[in-house]
Design a protein around this ligand. Structure first.
Ligand SMILES: [Zn+2]
Length: 209
């Protein structure tokens, strides 16, 4: 079940008091509409019914998928207290993310049946290759989808709102899984952040073996 909280908020533009529904937890199966708003990155959106003022709220919540067995703690800007792993979450993949874009990516990865640690290794390899063609800019890659033998990524460049798309062979993903096997990588029981930093650490460890 999803847990809903209704709050009164005052529109900063017109002063009208209104109800705002926020969620401390979202269950993928029970609330497909909420899942969709995460995938659309509109979950935090709020619009004043009186003056049409728009604001993007941000609050911490937990996203749970019991079927695919994963739970993700979304803590915008590092807000919210650390989520403790409970007995019900045993055996679940547990992640921490900072925003809806990162949460969306995790959902797309896990719903495709992929391992996000291996996907981060693929992203690292891909960014290393393509960075040169973008003047060594700081790139942010997000998993998009798997299609046939290809894995697609949305690449965000500095100051560009629209991403460019790059794909890599699924073979690179299989090799990344092999790297994790070689290192005896074990999924921890607590909430962890799986991002480019972790990928870098794993690659360094792999290269020193
Ligand atoms: Zn208003």
């Amino acid at each position: 079940m999803s847990t809903e909280i209704v709050k009164d908020i005052i529109c900063p533009q017109c002063g009208e008091s209104q109800k705002y529904r926020l969620f401390s937890s979202i269950n993928a199966k029970d609330n497909p509409d909420l899942k969709q708003s995460v995938l659309d990155e509109t979950l935090f959106d709020w619009r004043c019914q009186r003056c049409n003022y728009f604001a993007a709220m941000a609050y911490p919540f937990v996203y749970v998928d019991n079927r695919a067995r994963y739970v993700i703690c979304a803590a915008p800007g590092g807000s919210g207290s650390a989520v403790e792993s409970t007995e019900q979450m045993q055996g679940y993949v547990k992640r921490r993310v900072k925003n809806l874009a990162e949460l969306k990516e995790k959902i797309l990865i896990f719903d495709s049946g992929l391992n996000d640690v291996a996907v981060e290794l693929v992203k690292n390899a891909l960014c290393t290759i393509i960075r040169r063609s973008y003047d060594n800019a700081r790139l942010h890659a997000y998993f998009s989808k798997v299609e046939g033998e290809k894995m697609d990524f949305a690449i965000f460049l500095p100051r560009q709102p629209e991403p460019v798309y790059h794909s890599t062979r699924i073979e690179v993903y299989n090799q990344s899984q092999e790297v994790l096997r070689t290192l005896d990588y074990v999924e921890p029981e607590n909430f962890i952040t799986v991002d480019a930093r972790l990928a870098k650490k794993i690659i360094e460890e792999y290269q020193s073996t």
